[in-house]
Design a protein around this ligand. Structure first.
Ligand code: TYD
Length: 207
């Protein structure tokens, strides 16, 4: 049987990495056959594209180029990593996916939904996630928790206004795509982990 595809989304500092680590530990201890991967990246070619996208020296990269590079890394990762794992019946958990492109490039950079949809049609049509977990916390609170941004990361160093737009973008996406489920993550990391686990059970992703 084909595996399930679950993606995680959230603003910078939402605690996504911690939650993915905790979920990975839980899945491993429960003997699940799963693969944890990430975007942009997850394969040698896609990781190289990631280095170009996030390179702090490329301040004048235009939004269209940025969006196309994310989409290019995505297709490579889907074909090289995600597809074989799904075909082998694995649960694939991916740190960020197309909704990041909608929120960051479509909304925050102002490219619009249609442009992002068009350049990501391969991903959207062939690999729609079975579930998308949105770690829900306002960017203001997230940044407070994270103690500021990395100045060498082209996306992280964008200002507060940009990250508020990203959050607003995600809130809009929740209204459009029922597969996106928000999980409040302003409490303790263990509370959030428990809520995520319960959501995955409720949606029949795990037993
Ligand atoms: P990363 O260090 O993985 O950030 P995080 O830990 O917050 O996930 O860097 C990924 C960055 O790329 C992050 O700022 C979000 C951004 N991004 C987009 O703008 N569009 C996309 O399609 C994807 C996948 C990521």
């Amino acid at each position: 049987m084909r595996g399930k595809f679950v993606t995680f989304e959230g603003c910078e500092g939402s605690g996504k990495s911690t939650q993915l680590r905790l979920l990975g530990e839980y899945l491993a201890s429960s003997g699940a056959d799963f693969l944890m991967t990430r975007e942009p990246g997850g394969s040698a070619i896609a990781e190289d594209i990631r280095r170009i996208i996030l390179n702090g020296d490329y301040a004048d990269m235009c939004p269209e180029c940025e969006a196309l590079l994310y989409a290019a890394a995505r297709i490579q990762h889907l074909k090289e990593v995600v597809e074989p794992a799904l075909a082998a019946g694995k649960l694939v958990v991916c740190d960020r996916y197309v909704d990041s492109s909608f929120a960051y490039q479509g909304y925050a950079r102002g490219l619009g939904m249609e442009f992002v949809e068009k350049i990501n049609s391969f991903a959207l049509l062939k690999y729609p996630p079975d579930l998308t977990v949105f770690l829900d916390i306002s960017p203001e609170r997230a940044f407070e928790r994270k103690h500021g941004a990395d100045p060498n990361d082209r996306m992280e160093r964008e200002g507060a206004e940009f990250h508020s737009k990203v959050y607003a973008g995600y809130r809009e996406l929740i209204k459009i795509y029922p597969r996106i489920c928000p999980v409040y993550c302003g409490g303790s990391k263990f509370e959030t982990a428990e809520n995520i686990k319960n959501l995955l059970k409720e949606k029949n992703i795990i037993k």
